[in-house]
Design a protein around this ligand. Structure first.
Ligand code: SAH
Length: 432
């Protein structure tokens, strides 16, 4: 049993109101950190070609191939910048494992079953899911199961390989879509890719836990002259610092990405998230399967959610790019809109509701019954509370699912009026 961790990524509702004017630490360490190679690179770029979009800034800071935050760091855990639900308790991954199997069964037990995870972090979620698959061998039978991880970070892919295969992997040539492959500790083939489009087609259950919030967003401000994009520029008062500015004229993004009926004053749009969810939807419509997207987010109501985390503290987003996590709430209404009517979307519903519906209370009782060590029992209870307490992660995190259109239709050819099987997590399960 993995022991639980004690920290989490807290998301205070506090957002800055004056852009580019957040307090800067005076410590020499901070000044040193601010001078990252990414900052220098961005300053040269802005000097040469003018202000850049927030999306470009975020992409460079997070996934620059040489010094991007995700590319070179293990940011998860107590010593990192934030901690996520799969790292907090094994129960989380176990219940998601049950969800995957349940959707595979409801979709007709396809003979091929790809588990695809986007942004797997340290591999803890996949590891807990694979343990469930092993325990449910009798149900999964001879199904041809494989594991596919979409991961941009070489550093994290190594940690995933260690966690999931005991480091028994092979790296592949650069010209191959698969950059690493191996066999999991549970005996399944496993592959790593940089992009979702490289994952083979076929019945798949896709999981994305705290992945969409890391994708670059554009920011827009309503002005008297219409919508304008918020850009990142050099601070004229301090040429080694960056600040936000509002573009004088419309940009391609401000012309294309704002909905006609938008009534907010400030909007964040994540077109990359839109492209990825569209790819998931196309695949689910054509090949069958389901997707579960778990993140903090809103249903098209929030405005300014872009924020940074470093060492479990809020961090000025424009300071030390590449050294801190940057994130923005996921707009689930945008994802739903993009998927169109080729698939069915469920949620978002709160993490608390989803995990309760999946039977987290019974699972906790089972674990407690077989555990007599007082400190482990306390950890189990604390981590359960962290996952479902509305004041902690229970209401901040949302579950959103993309399903094939037929999934919720009445089942034809069976007894008249046979109702569709409920979708686990989104409806209460009868746990015996
Ligand atoms: N799912 C994990 C990790 C969340 S952190 C958990 O919840 O613990 C975000 C993850 O997405 C990291 O693994 C990061 O390297 C990966 N990632 C971020 N941007 C990505 C991109 N554009 N393509 C693929 N992976 C990305």
């Amino acid at each position: 049993m993995r022991t639980v961790l004690r920290l989490k990524r807290l998301m205070p509702e506090v957002m800055w109101t004056v852009w580019g004017n957040r307090s800067c630490s005076n410590s020499s360490i901070r000044r040193l950190e601010s001078n990252t190679s990414i900052l220098k690179h961005l300053i040269s770029k802005i000097t040469a070609t003018g202000p850049i979009s927030v999306a470009e800034y975020m992409r460079e800071a997070l996934t620059n191939p040489v010094s991007g935050y995700y590319v070179k760091n293990d940011m998860l855990g107590a010593g990192g910048d934030f901690i996520t639900s799969p790292e907090i308790s094994q129960i989380f991954g176990e219940l998601l494992g049950v969800w995957c199997v349940s959707e595979w069964m409801a979709a007709g037990k396809s003979s091929v079953f790809q588990l695809v995870e986007l942004g797997p972090g340290r591999g803890s979620l996949a590891s807990d899911i694979l343990r469930v698959f092993s325990q449910l061998k009798a149900v999964l039978g001879e199904t041809d199961i494989s594991v596919h991880l979409v991961e941009v970070s070489p550093k994290l892919s190594q940690l995933q390989a260690k966690c999931l295969t005991g480091d028994q992997t092979w790296t592949c040539n650069d010209d191959q879509p698969v950059y690493r492959s191996g066999t999991t500790c549970t005996g399944l083939p496993i592959y790593w890719y940089h992009r979702i489009e490289d994952v083979p087609r076929g019945f798949s259950v896709f999981l994305a836990h705290e992945f969409f919030d890391a994708l670059p967003i554009h920011k827009f401000q309503r002005t008297e002259k219409g919508w304008r994009e918020v850009m990142v520029d050099i601070d004229p008062e301090s040429p080694e610092k960056l600040r936000f500015v509002v573009s004088h004229s419309p940009t391609l993004a401000s012309s294309m990405l704002i909905q006609k009926d938008e009534n907010r004053q400030h909007v964040e749009v994540c077109p990359e998230g839109g492209v990825i969810v569209q790819k998931l939807a196309n695949r689910i419509a054509d090949d069958g399967g389901a997707a579960l997207i778990v993140d903090y987010g809103h249903d098209g109501t929030k405005t300014d959610t872009f924020r940074g985390f470093k060492g479990h503290q809020l961090h000025n987003v424009l300071e030390a790019p590449g050294m801190a996590d940057l994130t923005a709430d996921v707009d689930f209404s945008y994802l739903r809109k993009i998927t169109g009517n080729q698939v069915t979307c469920l949620g978002p519903i709160t993490q608390r509701s989803f995990l309760k519906n999946m039977g987290i209370d019974s699972r906790l009782q089972v674990l407690l019954r077989s555990c007599h060590d007082p400190s482990t029992r306390a950890q189990l209870i604390n981590s359960y509370d962290m996952l479902i307490n509305p004041e902690k992660m229970g209401h901040r995190f949302q579950f959103f699912s993309v399903l094939s259109r037929g999934r919720l239709a009445q089942r034809k050819g069976m007894q008249k009026d046979t109702a569709p099987l409920p979708v686990a997590g989104f409806a209460e399960l009868n746990v015996q």
